[in-house]
Unconditional design. Structure first.
Length: 373
């Protein structure tokens, strides 16, 4: 193997190194990066509070800087769970949102035929009937106009009859959360979640001083430049970089902190900020609102062919991001797996990363647990 792809960082903290050999995991990840699935990647695993972090490859195509544990990535749709779903949990816990209330109660701009039957729960489970996507960035010029267009987009199906993964539904929920708190999503989460947990790398609009730590994404045709520290998703960009569907940046150690926080809440209900165990479990449990859907509230659950692989427990929950990111949590095993990459650098026309995520999840499981082999 070329020296360009030599492993760059391995951190093992109290994880019984004599019990577990991580070489199957690291060799596979090295090989995936060397084959061009992504310029580089960082893997983080937490099990019972013990962490393993491994970085490989370069920060970007054609760049000399190597990835490190502190490399910051555009998290893409991990924003939906780390940011928006967490904000909805806050709002439910604070009595500001009712999961089974019509979204119109909180976002009056959500108008159109049938929308009076769309609840917060249905949108979180991607079962509200909203289309998956619309090029709002080409139709609107401001954040307010973008929210208005998303809210007025007609339903594609009757609420509760089809499962369609919808960025538009998450944008509508962003508007609802900001309305009930009278505060933008980034400010709310920084004050209530990210700062109390010490998640210093996690932010919607990373400061310019962190630019050298941020992995670039795409040479974007719409904006005509290489994106670095600027959200990859075009609709999120039109929302000034702050939306519940995309826009969050972060590094593996802070995502492991988030995973450990969720694991603690699922098992003990002693989160700080405080959520009862029942609420954490309710949000991460498969909803079965539409036959065949694997969706929980905001979160996804394991299903055939998903990025969860084959070995995580049925109560596991997770999500992926378009830029090449994923987060899976198996709360019964107190396990969290974070895999961050910039597989869209220099172009999104790179389909090789999808299989990597599932394979890594399975390799982590067989490395750590005898009964998974």
């Amino acid at each position: 193997m070329s020296r360009a792809w030599v492993p760059l960082m391995m951190v093992l903290l109290a994880c019984a190194p004599n019990r577990h050999s991580w070489s199957p995991v690291t060799t596979f990840l090295d090989s995936a990066v060397a084959s061009g699935a992504a310029p580089g990647a960082v893997l983080g695993v937490t099990v019972a509070g013990n962490r393993f972090v491994y970085a490989t490859g370069r920060i970007g195509t054609g760049e000399t800087a190597r990835t490190e544990a502190s490399t910051v990535y555009d998290l893409a749709s991990l924003t939906k769970v780390v940011a928006l779903t967490t904000a909805v949990m806050l709002a439910v816990g604070d009595g500001k949102l009712d999961l089974d209330a019509p979204v119109q109660r909180y976002a009056p701009a959500f108008v159109g035929q049938g929308k009076e039957r769309v609840t917060v729960r249905l949108l979180l489970a991607h079962a509200g009937g909203m289309p998956g996507w619309r090029p709002l960035f080409r139709e609107a010029d401001t954040r307010a106009e973008t929210f208005a267009l998303a809210g007025s987009t007609p339903l594609d199906s009757a609420p509760g009859t089809a499962a369609v993964y919808s960025d538009l539904g998450m944008i509508v929920l962003t508007h609802a959360v900001e309305a009930v708190y009278d505060q933008r999503l980034d400010s709310l989460l920084h004050r209530r979640v990210f700062q109390p947990l010490g998640m210093e790398s996690v932010a919607f609009l990373p400061p310019a001083t962190t630019r050298e730590r941020i992995a670039p994404t795409e040479l974007d045709p719409w904006r005509g430049r290489l994106l670095r520290g600027e959200v990859h998703d075009e609709n999120a960009a039109r929302l000034d970089g702050v939306s519940g569907h995309a826009g969050l940046f972060g590094a593996v150690p802070d995502l492991l902190t988030f995973a450990e926080w969720m694991i603690e809440g699922w098992n003990e209900g002693s989160l700080l900020p405080s959520f009862p165990r029942s609420l954490v479990q309710a949000f991460t449990r498969r909803q079965d609102l539409v036959p065949g859907s694997s969706r929980a509230l905001g979160w996804d659950t394991p299903s055939a062919g998903s990025s969860a692989g084959r070995l995580l427990s049925p109560r596991s929950f997770g999500h992926t991001g378009f830029t090449g990111t994923s987060l899976w949590i198996d709360p019964e095993r107190r396990l969290g797996i974070v895999l961050l990459s910039n597989r869209v650098n220099p172009t999104r026309n790179n389909p090789r990363w999808a299989a990597v995520r599932a394979a890594i999840a399975d390799l982590v499981m067989t490395t750590l647990f005898e009964d998974a082999r």
